[in-house]
Design a protein around this ligand. Sequence first.
Ligand SMILES: NC(=O)c1ccc[n+]([C@@H]2O[C@H](COP(=O)([O-])OP(=O)(O)OC[C@H]3O[C@@H](n4cnc5c(N)ncnc54)[C@H](OP(=O)(O)O)[C@@H]3O)[C@@H](O)[C@H]2O)c1
Length: 511
Amino acid sequence: MEAQPCVLENEAAKVPPTSIVIFGATGDLTHRKIIPAIYHLEKEGRLDAGCAIIGYARRPKTDDEFRAELRQALGEVSRSKPVDETIWRRLANRIYYQQGDLLDEQGYQQLAARLQALPESARFGQTHLFYLATAPEYFGPIAERLARAGLTPLPGSPAPRRLIVEKPFGRDLSSAQELNRILHTHFPEDSIFRIDHYLGKETVQNLLYFRFGNSIYEPLWNRRYIDHVQITVAEKLEVGRRGGYYDSAGALRDMLQNHIFQLLTLIAMEPPASLRAAAIHAEKLKVLQSIALPAEDELLARSVRAQYAAGAIDGRPIPAYCQEPGVAPHSKTETFVAWKLEVDNWRWSGVPFYVRTGKALARQFTEINIVFNRPPSVLFAAVCGQRLSRNVLRIRIQPNEGIQWIFNAKLPGRQAIHEVGMDFFYRKDSSQYLPEAYERLLVDALVGDATLFMRSDEVEAAWGIVDRLREAWDRQPIPDLPLYQPGALGPAEADALLERDQRHWRNGDEG
Ligand SMILES: NC(=O)c1ccc[n+]([C@@H]2O[C@H](COP(=O)([O-])OP(=O)(O)OC[C@H]3O[C@@H](n4cnc5c(N)ncnc54)[C@H](OP(=O)(O)O)[C@@H]3O)[C@@H](O)[C@H]2O)c1
C-alpha cells in the first residue's frame, strides 16, 4: 500500500484577508502571470473572500473596463480552459482599478482612501500586499510614496504590509545595495519578497525535497563521487520586443545572476538546520560566498560571451541580434554566456560547475546534470575506456519536469554495455496538478513565507560575483564578439570550454 504523503506545515497555511495592490496593472506581467495566478488561487479555494485586488496604472479606465480586459487576457493564457465563469465573476467582483501615476503623490493618497472605502476593507483592514509589476526604476519611488501615504508597515501593528518586487533587482552590486537601502528604510527585510519565478517551479522546489528527504543521495553528493555539474538555461526565443531592455542587460545580468545562481545554490548548499526560510537562506548565501574567482586573465579564459547572428529556427527567419528593434546596431551585449565556476569549500573543492544560458538556441530547456566519476579502470571501464558512459543524474526543470538517472546496463542479447535511463516524470506520475510558479509564490508572500524568495544578502552576493566578470569583460572588450547561428546551442567557444577539460555539454533530449 502506498504511504500517505506527509504534509509540511506551510502547505495548509491560511491566506489572511488582504488587499493585493498591483502597480503596473495594465502590463504584460499582470495579464499573463499575476491575474491568472490569482484566478487559480480563487478556483482552488485558497483566497479568502476578504481578499480584494486593486490595479494601479496610468491609463484612465473604469473598474468594469479593467475587469473586462483581465477577463479577455485570462481566456488567452489560463492554464485551465475554459475559464469558469462563476469563479471569475466571484473574483471579478473584488477587482478594482485605481488610476494614477507612479510618481504622483496624490495617486497614493487616493489609493489609501480607496482601500479604506472598499467593501472588503472591513475584512482585510490594514493588511496589504503591494506587487511592484513595473519597470525597475519605479521600485524605490513606489516604496517612498507608499510610506508618505501611510501604507508601509506600522510599528507594533499585527497587520502585515508586504512588498513583492519583480526582477531585475538592480543591475550591479551598487544599484542593488542602493535599492535594498531604500526598501529597508520603509519595509523590514521579512516584508520584502524579491521574486525569482524559477524558485516557484515544482522541480526547483523538489531539489530540496530530493536532496534532504532521501538518504541515498547525500553520501554521493560531494567531490569524491561527482566529476562536475552542468546547469543549462536554454531559450529558443530570440530577444524580440525586449530589445530595449535586453541591450542594457545581457545574458549575464538577465539570467545568470538570478536563475542560474539560484539553481546552483540549491544543488551545492549544505543541509540547512531546519526548513525555515532563514536557515535555507543562510546555507544558500554560504555557497555564493564560497565561489572562488581567479585572477582576471583566468576569469576571462573560463567564460564565453557570444551573440546570435542572422539565421532561422525551424524555418522561421531570425534577424541578427544587432538588427533587433531597440538594440544598438553595433551592440556588444552578449545573448549567450557560459562560465566555469568553482565552489571552493570542503564538499566541492575541485568540482567545476559549468553554467550556460542563451537566446535563440535550438531548444527551450532548463536542466541540471550532475555527472559522476567513472568507475575505476578495471573490468568494464578497463575495456571500454572513455566509451563507458559516466553516471548522470539529470534534473529537468523544463520541459517535462522530472528526474532521470543515466547508468550503464547490459545490451540485451549482446555482450555489450550501454547507457540507459530511469525516469521520473512529474506530469505522468502525479495525480495532482502542477501549479504555476506565480501561484505558489503569491500564496507564500500572502502568508509571509520568504523561503522561495531571494534575501537581500543573497542578491548582493550574486551581483558581487557577476560584477567581477562584467568588469573583466569591460576592461578587455573583444573586437569580434563570437557569433552563433540561431538554432545552435551556442558558439563553438562554449564547447571548447569543456573540451579543454575532456568534458562535453549534455544537450537536453539530444544529449
Ligand atoms: N512580462 C513578463 O513576462 C515579465 C517577466 C519577468 C519579470 N517582469 C518584470 O515585471 C515588470 C513589469 O513588466 P511588464 O512586462 O508587465 O511591463 P509593461 O507591459 O511595460 O507594463 C508596465 C506597466 O507599468 C505601468 N506604468 C508605466 N509607467 C507608469 C507610470 N508613470 N505611472 C503609472 N503606471 C505606469 C503601465 O501602465 P499604463 O498602461 O497605464 O502605462 C503598465 O501597467 C518589469 O520589472 C519586468 O522586468 C516581467
